[in-house]
Every structure is written in structure tokens, then in C-alpha cells.
Design a protein around this ligand. Structure first.
Ligand SMILES: C[S@@+](CC[C@H](N)C(=O)[O-])C[C@H]1O[C@@H](n2cnc3c(N)ncnc32)[C@H](O)[C@@H]1O
Length: 230
């Protein structure tokens, strides 16, 4: 396991950040009682308790009128709403990331206890009073892309956010620097290779959509449910 270093304080900007993107290291116990995703064997990333996530002084670093895009696992939707409120935002909408296979069908390689998850959710919250920018009127609330490394979110989120919400922008729990954004997180300094392996078949890339191929993995004519899948 990598040695844990205390993260730096949250960045500041005059007037506060107008838009926050956050993908917290949620802590939850799976069916075996092991805590995911920081299980030692997987050497992924460290997680934070709900109280610690809520206690981050995000409110003090945001403008009076601001937007929040908050990634939340399907199983932790109530916790996501709690964090949003603690940070001074009210929930107004959401954006769904629909994970697609190369052929455009739903990518059923994910996990799930009750259902096989092929989507993840971004909760969208507003602080004060701030409409989305005019391009948002034609922006659908769905991102459809192929998966990449463990827990890595689609880069398409940035274009969507920049079209729909004003800067200055701050990404919390970031792993990569991005032009025009302030970033914060214990893997965000650019010299720190993110933990988690890149699995074969998880390299992203274009969807080559053909609706005729949109059969779930388990229903492919050859009966295969090949985890590499491509
Ligand atoms: C879910 S991952 C973020 C993934 C990222 N959005 C991406 O698309 O690659 C959560 C991140 O929070 C970091 N993290 C964990 N504990 C932290 C802490 N106490 N302070 C700051 N960052 C932390 C993890 O190391 C990890 O980089």
C-alpha cells in the first residue's frame, strides 16, 4: 500500500469557486464485510467516512451562487444527498453516466448486489440562485461512453460542465490536472500515479454504435460473457 500523506488544504479563489466537481472516496462495506474499494489486495485508494466528507469546508470555498456536480454510487444515494446539503447545496437534478460497450450496448461488466450496474450518477446541486448557462437547455442529462480504469470517470464530464456552469472551476478528489481548473486531492499533484490497475478492455475509445447489437452481455448469441468483451 502507498504511504498515506495528509492532503493539502482546499484551494481558494477570490469570490469563491462557482462550480465544484467532486468524486469522493466513499467508504462502504460489501457483502463479505470487507471495506471497498480500499481492500488491501486491490491497492486502490484510501476512503473517507461520511462524517469526514461532510466536514470538508467546501461551503467556505464556493461563491454565494454556485453549482455542484457530485458523483455518488447507486448504493449511497442518501449519503450523497447528505454530503450535498452539508456543503451548502440543494439537490435539483442529476446526470447519468451510461457505460457503453464498443458496439454501443450497455456494458454489463460492472458489479452490483441487487442489479448489475451499468450506470453511475452525478447529483447536481445549486447553492444560492444560479441557472445553468444557455447551452444547458439543449444538454441531455446523460453521458454515454466506454469505461476506463477502476473508478475513473469519463472526460466528457468536463466539456459538459464547462458548457453548463460558470467558472472558476474546482475539482475535489481529482487525479489529473486539467487546464482552466483548480484541482485538489491526495493524488492530484500530477506526480502521483493513480492506484488501481488498468484492465484489458478498459481503455475507453469511441462507441461504434449499431443498435442491432444492443444485446446485454449475457444474451449474446454465443452465450459468452467475456469480461474483456471486445
Ligand atoms: C473515486 S477516486 C477519484 C477518481 C477520479 N474522479 C477519476 O476519475 O480518476 C477518489 C480519490 O480521492 C482520493 N482520496 C482518498 N482519501 C482522501 C483524502 N483524505 N483527502 C484527499 N483525497 C483523498 C483518492 O486517493 C482518490 O484519488
Amino acid at each position: 500500500m502507498r504511504q498515506e500523506l495528509p492532503p493539502p488544504p482546499l484551494p481558494t479563489v477570490d469570490g469563491g469557486f462557482a462550480t465544484i466537481l467532486a468524486d469522493p472516496p466513499w467508504r462502504f462495506a460489501n457483502r463479505t464485510g470487507k471495506v471497498a474499494p480500499e481492500h488491501r489486495r486491490l491497492d486502490r485508494y484510501s476512503t473517507m467516512s461520511l462524517d469526514d466528507i461532510c466536514a470538508l469546508p467546501v461551503d467556505q470555498h464556493t461563491a454565494c451562487n454556485a453549482h455542484l456536480y457530485l458523483w455518488v454510487p447507486n448504493a449511497l444515494l442518501p449519503e450523497g444527498l447528505t454530503v450535498m446539503e452539508s456543503w451548502g447545496f440543494r439537490y435539483v437534478s442529476n446526470i447519468v453516466w451510461a457505460k457503453r460497450r464498443k458496439d454501443g450496448g450497455p456494458d454489463g461488466r460492472g458489479v452490483g448486489f441487487y442489479f448489475r450496474n451499468v450506470t453511475e450518477l452525478i447529483l447536481f446541486g445549486v447553492k444560492g440562485s444560479l441557472r445553468t448557462l444557455s447551452p444547458a437547455r439543449s444538454q441531455v442529462n446523460m453521458i454515454e461512453t466506454r469505461k476506463r480504469e477502476h473508478s475513473r470517470k469519463p472526460d466528457e464530464q468536463y466539456d459538459l460542465i464547462e458548457r453548463c456552469s460558470p467558472g472558476p472551476y474546482l475539482e475535489l478528489f481529482a487525479r489529473y490536472p486539467r487546464q482552466g481548473w483548480s484541482v485538489w486531492g491526495d493524488e492530484a499533484n500530477g506526480n502521483c500515479p493513480p492506484r488501481g490497475r488498468v484492465h484489458k478492455g478498459y481503455t475507453g475509445g469511441a462507441i461504434e454504435a449499431d443498435p442491432a447489437n444492443w444485446l446485454a452481455d449475457d444474451h449474446k448469441p454465443d452465450g459468452s460473457n467475456n469480461p474483456a468483451g471486445e
